[in-house]
Write a protein that binds this ligand. Structure first.
Ligand code: MLT
Length: 395
């Protein structure tokens, strides 16, 4: 053919990290059909949706089967009932977000991947290591990526003073609690980033997908920080909070006042969504609304406590073994230093071959992840206990 492909795609890794891990595990499984493999790799939940959510979804499905309550296309920005429920959810932290600034979507990953659509070619600043979607989606759009390194020294919460590429207007990605390191910014840390963004004319893209795991007195939303309304958007998700990884629902807050060189970003995001997205289906939005009710939050937090207990099991093992780690307290992830200076893919192979435990090699999250490894607490408590017992013998 004579048509041109988007060759920016050739600059990203050929396979997405979790597809690569899936392929390696499938190969091992085919070669060892008797092996009982414990998957602590991808951060996918294992507990079912809670009853508050399923009751609301069941009722909504029934409504869809009755002429008077049937609904066709959902509004592309989300039903008002859900936008209002999300707005109220923010109020628990004294954050005031009007429902009209909230755009419901089929998940944080889509919004992270799609947001570069409404921005021009900017300099991008991304912490390393981090969720691969930020780098991949910006590379697909031909943007120049600058990395700011997370390390043991800065507690994997890099600060503006760690920038080595000069002060300029960046699109700055911040994920807190961080995927993969589990590190969380303090209010002072986030304030430093907001001040930096205001000073340089930068935009912060704040990924709060893991906010529900915060148990200490730490910010859950960038909008808890003064000035963030003038320089930040926030992406959040029902996946980890309410177990919606397969159900799909999330949201993005784009403040009405955000202005990129005279252009209102909210107007562009609304236009982008109206053209390329047809909304989230009614039963799922009713389930999401129910997750944000008082009973829904209680039920979701019970599931989070279950995962927290798994995280503690893994973290306690690392402490006993004297292995450096971050996360596990305000995050479902434990980010550990591979023992004996092993490379992260070597450590991955060792755990798979010798303990049949699957984790995620740190390198998959960026160069600064080399020599580190991520374990998730989203398994069942039985599987996590068994994995911990196997690792106890191996490490
Ligand atoms: C992860 O394991 O990093 C996440 O599950 C990926 C995602 O949320 O898309």
């Amino acid at each position: 053919m004579k048509i041109k492909a988007n060759t920016n795609f050739l600059s990203i890794k050929e396979t997405y990290l979790f597809s690569e891990i899936g392929a390696r595990v499938r190969k091992y499984s085919e070669e060892h059909p008797e092996a009982s493999i414990i998957r602590l790799g991808i951060g996918d939940v294992t507990l079912p949706l809670n009853k508050v959510v399923t009751d609301a979804m069941t009722k909504a499905v029934s409504e869809m089967g009755v002429k008077d309550t049937f609904r066709g296309y959902p509004p592309e920005y989300g039903y008002d009932f859900l936008r209002e429920a999300i707005s109220s959810y923010y109020k628990r932290n004294n954050v005031d977000i009007p429902a009209s600034d909230i755009f419901v979507s089929d998940g944080a990953k889509s919004d992270c991947g799609n947001f570069p659509d409404i921005l021009g070619n900017n300099e991008i600043l991304i912490p390393d290591p981090v969720y691969p979607v930020y780098i991949d989606s910006n590379t697909m759009n031909g943007n120049n990526i600058n990395l700011v390194k997370g390390s043991i020294e800065n507690g994997f919460t890099p600060m503006p003073s760690d920038i080595t590429t000069g002060d300029k207007p960046y699109v700055i990605y911040i994920c807190s609690p961080n995927n993969p390191t589990g590190a969380v910014y303090t209010a002072e840390g986030l304030k430093a980033w907001v001040d930096y963004a205001l000073k340089t004319g930068s935009l912060i893209v704040f990924d709060a997908a893991y906010e529900a795991f915060i148990s200490e007195d730490l910010p859950r939303s960038i909008f808890e920080i003064e000035g963030a309304g003038e320089c930040a958007i926030e992406i959040c998700s029902f996946s980890k909070f309410a177990g919606f990884t397969g159900t799909r629902c999330g949201w993005t807050v784009v403040p009405a006042g955000l202005d990129a060189d005279g252009v209102k970003l909210q107007k562009l995001w609304a236009r982008r969504q109206a053209t390329k997205f047809n909304g989230v289906n009614y039963p799922v939005q009713r389930g999401a609304e129910a997750a944000l009710s008082v009973e829904g939050i209680k039920a979701c937090m019970e599931a989070i406590d279950y995962y927290r207990a798994n995280a503690k099991l893994i973290a306690d093992l690392m402490t006993r073994k004297g292995i450096f780690f971050t996360g596990g307290i305000n995050s479902p992830y434990i980010w550990l230093k591979c023992p004996n200076d092993m490379g992260s893919w070597d450590f991955f192979d060792m755990l798979l071959n010798e303990a049949q435990v699957v984790g995620t090699p740190g390198e998959g999250f960026g160069e600064a992840g080399a020599g580190f490894f991520r374990l998730t607490s989203f398994g069942s408590s039985e599987a996590t206990a068994e994995a911990v017992a196997r690792l106890d013998k191996l490490l």
